[in-house]
Design a protein. Sequence first.
Length: 354
Amino acid sequence: MAKKKAAKKAAAPEYATKKLCSQPQPIVQTFDPGVSEARAGFILSNNKKWVNGTDIKYMFIEGAKAQCDVVRQSFKDWKALGIGLTFTEVTNVEESMVRIGFDQTDGSWSYVGRDVLTIARPNRTMNFGWDLTTTYGKTTALHEIGHTLGFQHEHQSPFAGISWNTDAVIAEFSGPPNNWSVSSIQSNILSKLSPNGLNGSQWDPASIMEYEFGPGLILAPAPYQQGIFPPGVLSPQDIAGVRSIYPPIKPATITKLSVLQSVPIAALSGGQADFTFTPTISRKYTIQTFGEMDTVMVISEQVKKQVIHLAGDDDSGTDKNARIRLPLVKGRTYLINVRVLFSSAQNSGGIVVV
Ligand SMILES: [Zn+2]
């Protein structure tokens, strides 16, 4: 193995493999019996996405200011694309959704999309294992936030059609600087992702979610036998992709709800419907979706400039509907955002406040 590696390095002495992101095992969703394969496919395509409009609250559990500042700026760079998500730094672990560490022995990684919500506090949902104050460090910060927003590795896209020189890949990544186990190489490079859960159906070798690969690792497509060298910035396809999943929420598209008045949801699988509700008396209310849909529903309240998350429910893959019961206060306006993971047809379901 060492011999093979030495020969390859000699052929391309100018190229040195970088330390690369090493992802944790993804959270696997289970389904009720009777959920069809097609329905499960739609759910899996959409279940990592955040409900658009979510204020993603992140905190640093450690880290020098210069390192944290690169991450802060990278959140701003994603936000500056004009997306419907917002990012707020918090210092209270109970409030946090994304928890960022800098364990230098643990590589760089992040859970994907809403999987971060399944990680118990105060555990990390994202880690940086090397210096972020370099050009490559900045690329790493943008990449890991890309995972947090729901994006996966581009080189594992089934649409990439990459055929690997498996022995060379294992030799390369089991050695320094990555020193990965074979199973880690398998899950981070060699295995293909399911087409479900991917953004779009085209491979984007320039994506921030694409690794850099040196020569000799890829057998096909032929143009990549000499390697893949993404520019390390957000690509046009990254920008179009994040804007399509998280477009800005326009006030004109928000529907006002009244008690006992059901409103159909026209959004199809992957889409979203947005509502507000202003109670005329203070009491407990039930807000629920109905019909043949799988949805994630989130209720929040805007207090001054802050979006306060109140409750959320995910009914996907079950026969239930999303349902939240909680006390609401007269005269206040609550935001209700519904991400449709699966809908059998337009207006096949809706929402009602009781
Ligand atoms: Zn990654």
